[in-house]
Design a protein around this ligand. Structure first.
Ligand SMILES: N[C@@H](CCC(=O)N[C@@H](CS)C(=O)NCC(=O)O)C(=O)O
Length: 215
């Protein structure tokens, strides 16, 4: 399988976590000509990363890729066996993609001091805190988001919260997480398989932020 990825993408890190947790070996490739390029679109029509090629199958969208990996490599399971718990886990993962991540993505351009607008950063931070409060009510945090085992839901939130914390730190509006969220963050960042993936992702984020700050 070929996995198209770029190091700084939190959506790619979301899939990287699943690959690592399931012990799946893939051929990592950077999108030829960069994402969005004509060359890359000839292989992956959406032009986005992450993307996965498995023989004649070409899929983009991190959630679809992770669900496919879960079906193709069922063990270790990253969705609960119980149908209702599985539905809840999927809801949490969708909540990440639709409600939380876009608030962070909207601030990417504000990392460059020349384009920074404090009121936008403050508004998004406030909205993020509200969404994280909601997440706490919907999740179990026992200690992982959906329960006692790492699940697909953790794989989206772990890189995005890491990225958000670094971004808000450099713009002097620290992201203050609740005790529950902090305990979860500690747990996932110390997970023996997730840890090296998240450490590698941290370096990519720090590098990206250094570039943004000097632009
Ligand atoms: N919803 C997509 C989002 C992926 C995404 O936005 N990827 C970015 C890089 S982090 C990208 O490819 N951007 C290029 C574009 O949107 O054309 C997913 O879950 O995979």
């Amino acid at each position: 399988m070929i996995f198209y990825t770029v190091p700084v993408s939190n959506y790619c890190a979301k899939v990287e976590l699943v690959l690592a947790l399931k012990g799946i070996d893939v051929d990592h490739r950077a999108p030829l000509g960069g994402y969005g390029s004509e060359n890359y679109r000839a292989i992956v029509p959406t032009g986005t990363v992450p993307a996965l090629v498995d023989d004649d199958l070409v899929i983009s969208e991190s959630e679809t890729i992770n669900e496919y990996l879960e079906e193709r490599f069922p063990e270790p399971a990253l969705l609960p066996r119980n149908m209702k718990d599985r539905a809840t886990t999927r809801m949490l993962s969708r909540f990440h993609d639709l409600k939380v991540e876009p608030l962070i993505r909207a601030l990417f351009k504000h990392m460059a001091p020349s384009q920074r607008q404090d009121h936008v950063i403050e508004a998004n931070l406030q909205e993020l805190n509200q969404q994280l409060n909601m997440l706490e009510k919907m999740g179990r945090f026992a200690p992982y988001i959906a329960g006692d085992k790492v699940s697909l839901a953790d794989c989206g939130f772990a890189p995005t919260i890491l990225l958000a914390a670094k971004m808000f730190e450099v713009v002097d509006h620290p992201l203050i997480l609740s005790q529950k969220m902090m305990a979860w963050r500690e747990q996932i960042s110390q997970h023996p398989i997730a840890k090296p993936v998240l450490e590698k992702y941290t370096l990519a984020v720090e590098d990206w932020l250094r570039n943004k700050l000097s632009s």
